[in-house]
Design a protein around this ligand. Structure first.
Ligand code: ARG
Length: 461
């Protein structure tokens, strides 16, 4: 165990090679190098404020930490086999640079409160710098298209069976709203990420007069963890983020599934741009929606990390256990895959071609059966009775193998005397959707209101 931070009490210096690899996290937690240094600089300032290092020592530590930061940036930082994790590596390098003063940095601090602090800083940065931005970008693409393509109608489905005509814009807005709820959830969970565990020590807190609120201010945290045992042992913020990511990725996955279906030759409503499609090595005619399929698959992978890490947590004794080291690969993999999914989704949505003739051509008058029943309701027939009458009309059209709209008034009147010539107004899809004026409905005005509301919400953020 030569060179280890904790080598002091160990006499047998032989290390099992497999165990060493098993225990080591540097290969992936080196991503925390910058936030680890950020946390250490703040901690040095905290030690100075508490009188545990003098001004010169504090300056030496901070300057050396800046130099180490440069090494990471220039990719000249040399990771040694004895560097177990990013915290050991940065501290080892610090001591190489400035000797004993570097050894003072860890006074009252443990890797337990250090790693929890680093991970929260890292996640906050990802939320602020990238995740929020990528999400908002997709919402913007959706509402821009919704504005431009307001005239396009297509079949709406329930159970994937043809249901009622809807506006394509109404469909696009439905996903914009889902993603907007993901933005809100992200903003809300950020409050619980942005709480500082530093000063919790290994588990019991600190016996030194470390000003935790001062540290928290320096690091831009909103608050400090209220209990040191919890501070080092809590990874709820990771589970909450992974759950958030699972919800978001299921939205992207459902959107992907819709577009995969709509892009089949059988539907042919939309065409995925070449940039996001692939061909077949065997079948020359193929055009596969691989981008969308991968978005769908990533949702499964992301959910897997959420479930997997929740299982790591569920049986743990309180405070820090090494099991918690598993938080990082789950979190990093989820963030990386979300980024790609969000960017590919944005690309696909902004280049997607909708073929209005195909989408509108797929409408058929049976999808107006509900409107026909409402027409009777407006003429005083009770809805249940109207439903039964129209059911008979539907089966009459089916028997005669023609569109419902091609039945003559005389034929309709054999089913119910409530029909008169005004029924002709029903057989118009634009007229159909325009009846759905209720807030949240598919009429032009109701969709415009959704677009305006979404725009205002995005601007207010
Ligand atoms: N690499 C560890 C982790 O990621 C840091 C904390 C280790 N602490 C300890 N006492 N072994 O969780």
């Amino acid at each position: 165990s030569g060179g280890k931070l904790w080598g002091g009490r160990f006499s047998d210096r032989r290390v099992d090679q497999v165990m060493e690899r098993f225990n080591s996290s540097i290969s992936y937690d080196k991503r925390l190098c910058y936030v680890d240094i950020l946390g250490s600089k703040a901690y040095a300032a905290g030690l100075f404020k508490a009188g545990l290092v003098d001004q010169l020592e504090c300056a030496d530590i901070c300057n050396a930490l800046s130099a180490i930061e440069d090494e990471w940036r220039n990719e000249t930082f040399e990771i040694l086999p004895s560097d177990e994790d990013i915290h050991s590596a940065n501290e080892r390098r610090l001591k190489e640079m400035i000797g004993m003063a570097g050894g003072k940095l860890h006074t009252g601090r443990s890797r337990n409160d250090q790693v929890a602090t680093d991970l929260r800083l890292w996640l906050r940065q990802e939320i602020d710098q990238s995740l929020d931005k990528f999400l908002v970008q997709i919402i913007q693409i959706l509402i821009e298209r919704a504005q431009d393509e307001m005239d396009i109608l297509l079949p709406g489905y329930t159970h994937l069976q043809r249901a009622q005509p809807i506006r394509w814009s109404h469909y696009l807005c439905s996903y914009a709203w889902s993603l907007w709820s993901d933005v809100q959830r992200l903003i809300q969970l950020r409050d619980r990420v942005n709480v500082m565990p530093l000063g919790s020590g290994a588990l019991a807190g600190s016996p030194f007069p470390i000003d935790r609120l001062y540290l928290s201010d320096l690091l831009g945290f909103d608050n400090i963890t209220p209990n040191s045992l919890l501070g080092v042992g809590d990874r709820d913020f990771v589970v909450e983020f992974l759950s958030w990511a699972s919800i978001l990725s299921s939205h992207l996955s459902r959107l992907a599934e819709d577009l995969i279906i709509y892009s089949t030759k059988e539907f042919n409503f939309v065409t995925i741009a070449d940039a996001y499609s692939t061909g077949s090595s065997l079948m020359p005619q193929k055009r596969n929606p691989d981008g969308l399929e991968l978005i769908r698959a990533k949702a499964g992978r992301i959910f897997g990390h959420m479930a997997g890490f929740s299982m790591v947590l569920k049986g743990l004794p309180s405070t820090y256990n090494k099991d918690l080291q598993e938080d990082k690969e789950a979190l990093f993999d989820v963030v990386d895959n979300l980024y790609v999914s969000l960017q590919v989704a944005a690309g696909i949505l902004s280049t997607l071609k909708i073929t209005a003739e195909r989408a509108m051509g797929a409408l058929s008058s049976d999808m107006l059966a509900t409107d026909l029943a409402y027409h009777l309701v407006r003429r005083g027939v009770a809805f249940r009775e109207a439903h039964a009458i129209v059911g008979k009309v539907v089966s009459m059209a089916e028997d005669q193998q023609k569109e419902m709209s091609d039945l003559t008034l005389e034929e309709l009147q054999t089913v119910s005397s409530a029909f008169d010539s005004s029924v002709a107004s029903i057989w118009n899809y634009e007229h159909s959707v325009e009846q759905y004026q209720v807030a949240g409905g598919t009429s032009r005005r109701a969709v415009q209101k959704q677009i305006d509301d979404l725009k205002a919400l995005l601007e207010l953020r």
